[in-house]
Ligand binder design. Structure first.
Ligand SMILES: [Zn+2]
Ligand SMILES: [Zn+2]
Length: 245
């Protein structure tokens, strides 16, 4: 198998055809991705790819492209889903979520779908697979051959689908955003952690999003900012990996 990484200049995304989704821009994202299965890259081959990726013009995951693809993108995972026929904008892989949508957004009785269709089955794709960056688009030109080329579900792929399903079910974006905020430690079960307060960690992390919090204490992994530290971490990771294998 050749290089699984494809730069799609038209969409300014970097597609991993082994995993079936695009990698968000950022050296830390790439390094993490390349270290993990199925890639398991280390050392020079990892660095070479990171350098190659850094030469691409990539769109931030949160930036909406002016236009979304309409033709199937090969190598990107193909998903079965539904499109609301009333607004066309609502796409989901979750049948129940579609029922809730037509009822809530359009005051349509889902049961009426039997008489005249309220939604249609479509093939969907999304550039990014992480819950918060999933943005489905409808694609045509999907053939059986593409379906057949989708590998059988190993556990990683099953996780991918579970993740996407969970995303579809979680319609309450606000609730989701709220759940992502770190509250004061008072409201948390682990309220008695005086050292967190004493060291100022509590103050430092209050109100941060949980993913931001991770970044707030994560060692810098950006080879641009901290080239030496980056190298040291790389080497240490390799030592630990060897020690544990
Ligand atoms: Zn991959
Ligand atoms: Zn709709």
């Amino acid at each position: 198998m050749g290089d699984p990484f494809v730069y799609l200049a038209e969409w300014q995304v970097l597609l991993c055809t082994s995993c079936g989704y695009c990698l968000r821009p950022g050296r830390d994202v790439w390094v993490r991705h390349l270290r993990q299965a199925p890639h398991l890259l280390r050392g020079a081959s990892l660095k070479a790819l990171v350098e190659l990726f850094a030469s691409y013009v990539l769109r931030a995951a949160e930036a909406e492209p002016g236009q979304l693809p309409t033709e199937v993108i090969s190598g990107l995972r193909l998903l079965n889903g539904f499109q609301c026929l009333t607004c066309s904008a609502y796409l989901t892989r979750d049948y129940k979520a579609m029922q809730r949508h037509v009822s809530k957004a359009h005051q349509q009785k889902p049961a009426l779908h039997e008489k005249s269709p309220l939604w249609r089955e479509y093939k969907l794709q999304t550039f990014f697979a992480e819950n918060r960056w999933v943005r489905y688009f409808v694609v045509s030109g999907a053939t059986g051959a593409i379906d057949a080329s989708t590998k059988s579900l190993d556990s990683g792929e099953a996780d991918f689908f579970r993740q996407l399903d969970e995303d579809a079910v979680t319609a309450e974006e606000d609730a989701k955003a709220e759940a992502n905020i770190v509250h004061g430690f008072d409201s948390h079960r682990s309220a008695v952690v005086p050292w967190l307060r004493r060291t100022g960690i509590e103050e430092h992390t209050w109100g941060l999003k949980k993913d931001e919090m991770h970044a707030s204490f994560l060692a810098p992994r950006n080879a641009d900012d901290e080239p030496e530290l980056f190298l040291m971490l790389e080497v240490m990771d390799e030592i630990f990996t060897e020690a544990h294998s």
